[in-house]
Design a protein around this ligand. Structure first.
Ligand code: ADP
Ligand code: TRP
Length: 341
């Protein structure tokens, strides 16, 4: 029999997931994974691969498996430790679709249609406005509430989804006169939630859009160099202490996030109007290579080890099961769905 360690009962609960829609990038790392790494030490963490969510925009089922393995290998290579956190695939939790259905009865088409991420997907992909895209925030709420999370580490782009999860939790408690679901809060680290923009200044870094202006955790040194060299800049400020345009601010954000010692050096030059973006890009390239190279090497190794990945997912699903079962049991009890006793 598999040994399933007892989960720690008195730690606060954390849930978060990343869609399996391609390779992870710096936005995923600095927006989400960096927080996961901090939290794995002190919280009861459930981190998963949101493969059902990926189907809302990436319907090619033949890519499901490789994409799930990609995210898992990169999770592990970044330092998530399956002995400290519960790591699983969303589709292994049959309790999630059940809670999703229950929460769907508490969500309104009008409010779902107003969600900016939905509107944006309708605009960018008018041929695939499927119902699961509309109810994306409900499925996300089910992911979170199934483990009755206290905290959810996500990037800024997900804050509205989290607010909806809080609303659904409150509505369930009210409607069924119970106190089953806590209202999950965004986890904030010391710094505020971060958004990494695409290097061309158009939107955010993303797994499947703006790929030439997104730095992936599996980019080679050469690719990183080329992408940074092409990053959007301008002539530089002409007045001291000029506010930074977004795309310049983004380069500074990356420099700081990658742990560069040269951050304040370039900031001083910016404020003093003596900045040379070419030098700054060279420095940023070196810092990012130093940061990404070991992750890429390790992820490649893990990806070639299918038995390891399968073991992690199988054990993760087993460890996540008891908490999900308990929530469904209590939700059914609160609603009176128990016809045999
Ligand atoms: P993507 O949009 O690249 O497909 P996901 O939607 O799966 O990524 O997001 C996974 C996590 O990474 C979420 O917590 C999200 O907030 C965070 N994230 C994604 N892109 C960025 C970004 N550019 N900057 C900051 N955080 C991001
Ligand atoms: N919607 C999230 C994103 O696009 C991914 C996600 C799915 C998630 N379920 C979640 C994040 C539950 C946190 C908690 O980034």
């Amino acid at each position: 029999m598999l040994y399933v360690p007892l989960l720690c009962m008195n730690k606060k609960i954390v849930v978060s997931g990343i869609r399996s829609t391609g390779d992870l990038h710096l936005g995923n790392y600095f927006g989400a994974i960096q927080n996961y790494l901090t939290m794995q030490e002190d919280y009861q963490c459930y981190f998963f691969i949101a493969d059902y969510h990926s189907l809302t925009t990436h319907p090619d089922a033949s890519l499901l498996r490789p994409n799930v393995y990609k995210v898992l290998a990169e999770y592990l290579a970044c330092g998530l430790d399956p002995n400290k956190v519960v790591l699983f695939a969303q589709s292994d939790m049959v309790q999630i679709p059940e809670l999703y259905l229950l929460l769907n009865t508490l969500s309104y088409v009008g409010e779902l249609e107003k969600v900016p991420t939905f509107k944006e997907k309708v605009r960018s992909n008018p041929d695939n406005v499927n119902a699961a895209l509309l109810t994306y925030p409900v499925l996300m709420a089910a992911d979170i509430l199934i483990h009755r999370a206290d905290f959810v580490p996500v990037g800024k782009d997900q804050e509205q989804h989290l607010e909806m999860a809080r609303n659904f939790a409150g509505r369930f408690n009210n409607r069924y006169g119970c106190n089953l679901f806590p209202e999950p809060q965004v986890f904030r680290s010391r710094q505020d939630t971060i958004k990494i923009m695409s290097l061309d200044g158009e939107g955010k870094m993303s797994k499947s859009e703006n790929i030439n202006a997104t730095i992936y955790l599996n980019d080679t040194d050469e690719v990183i160099r080329k992408k940074i060299m092409k990053a959007k800049t301008d002539q530089g400020p002409t007045e001291p202490n000029t506010p930074m345009p977004d795309y310049i601010q983004n380069l500074f954000t990356l420099l700081k996030a990658s742990g560069s010692e040269a951050y304040s050096h370039f900031l001083d030059h910016y404020n003093g109007c003596t900045i040379r973006y070419g030098d700054m890009k060279k420095q940023l390239t070196e810092d990012l290579i130093r940061f990404i190279n070991p992750i890429r090497t390790q992820a490649d190794e893990i990806r070639n080890n299918a038995p390891l990945m399968q073991k992690v997912l199988r054990e993760g699903a087993e460890k996540a099961m008891p908490s999900a079962n308990q929530t469904i049991k209590e939700a059914r009890r609160a609603m009176g769905i128990n016809y045999y006793s």
